[in-house]
Design a protein around this ligand. Sequence first.
Ligand code: NAD
Length: 365
Amino acid sequence: MGKTLFDSPSFVNHEGVHAVFDEKTGLRAIIAVHSTARGPAVGGTRMWNYASSAEALEDVLRLSRGMSYKNAVADLEMGGGKSVIIGDSRTQKTPELFRAFGRAVDTLGGIYYAAEDVGVSVADIAEARKVTPYVLGLNDGPEASGDPSPVTAEGVFRSTLTVARRLWKQDDLTGLTVALQGIGHVGGYLADKLHAAGARLVMTDVNTALLSEVAARTNAEIVAPDAIYDVKADIYAPCALGATLNPETLDRITAKAVVGAANNQLATPDIGQRLFERGVLYAPDYVVNGGGIINVASELLARQTGGAYDPQWVEGKLSRLMETLEEILERSATEKRPTHEIADAIAEARINAARDQKAEQRKAA
Ligand code: NAD
């Protein structure tokens, strides 16, 4: 028996949780708005064959809160939200389903913007766009931000350089070995950048055709998917799945740093503590991979101002995010606390400041 909404440990001051059902299309979705303190809640839509609606609820509560933190740490004027559609994305997708979902998003009047995520494509979001303006990550029009992966990869790359400067006092990656797990949209761009900066690459992926191609152009060594944890590397770069830092892998990973694009790398927060105690520098996932959401934020800004997607604005925000990463690493060292805790503290301070400011404005009005 699943927990009810307010009893769930994943329910943390969410402003609103909206269950959606459409009889005609069979749409069953949950839209969670964690916070609008810093602006409209923005976060992707995931389509997944959840075993139960309780599991879907847990996921959307956890992910929407994570978006508040990611958006705040990237200093975006956006809050955090997320939505899940319960169903099999390979067999149950229809244009009508996404229009029904779009209508549900529309009823929220702009407090939540949807975008693509696992199981949902840009084409699906474009279908929702026919019935609501409150979606982002489109391919057409002057404001469209397109594929976020190159910007995400650039953020991961710069984070890797930041870590190399701190740990090895060097400005490039010469002589360092990176164990790269996943060479998909982000990992592929990242492999090229790491190679160009002098890193030696050891890589894996379950897509063997793609793996041979990327390995050939970056002079990389290939290992089997499970062997990536045992590679003698300086840096482990998870760019495939979440929760790869877990009790099973912890003793196998000998890298001095973890810097990768994957979301939710720590299986549980105590893994972050254990990495810290072992002297492994964990660059917090949602800071390292914030380039993607910064790219999407430019589309929202363009929509709000009637302007166009602005790569210079994106560059400014990405540079600022990298300064925040430096601050996190510095504070972790001086305060002797794990990096993920410092990142959370910075995000929470920014969210709380915005919330308090709004409350003051309401009082004054
Ligand atoms: P992707 O699906 O294009 O790439 C993932 C790659 O991982 C694929 O090539 C897949 O074959 C491989 N893979 C799957 N299971 C694997 C396994 N067990 N071992 C090794 N490889 C495996 O996804 P992406 O867009 O490159 O995103 C990668 C990660 O970064 C994801 O966790 C995603 O949530 C996160 N992320 C992506 C972006 C973005 O802009 N695309 C932004 C933020 C976070």
